[in-house]
Design a protein. Structure first.
Length: 132
């Protein structure tokens, strides 16, 4: 995880630190990589713009609310934690990225992981080809 790498191998202490300090550092670091895929659950419009200026494209992994609720219940049962309280906030963030024109591709996250990975890799290869 790029956020952990730029933070000395330690997960950020708070959501605010993760989003406002570590995420910009991770974006800066990943922007310098010639061949990279950066997975993240939250992206600011400024971060997306910065990545785009370095040739990156944004792929939205889209899952329905019922599917996200199912996964959250499964995680809660198996691992004892939930982050569904952030659902509306994430949806607002996605809407902001879409309205800003930062979502270049949308793929269904409700498919087999190997199929999803192949599609993401294809997008990454296309993006890398345009980066030179």
């Amino acid at each position: 995880d790029g956020r952990v790498a730029v933070n000395g191998g330690i997960w950020p202490e708070s959501i605010e630190a993760k989003n406002n300090v570590i995420l910009p550092q991770a974006i800066e670091a990943i922007s310098q990589e010639p061949n990279a895929i950066f997975f993240n659950s939250y992206m600011t419009a400024d971060g997306a713009l910065s990545l785009r200026s370095n040739g990156f494209r944004t792929v939205l992994l889209q899952a329905s609310e019922p599917e996200l609720r199912r996964r959250d219940a499964q995680r809660l049962a198996a691992e004892g934690w939930s982050n569904f309280e952030w659902f509306d906030w994430h949806q607002e963030n996605i809407a902001e990225l879409r309205s800003g024109g930062f979502v270049d591709y949308q793929v269904s996250a409700e498919r087999e992981p190997s199929t999803l990975a192949a599609e993401i890799l294809q997008v990454a290869e296309q993006s890398a080809a345009t980066r030179g």
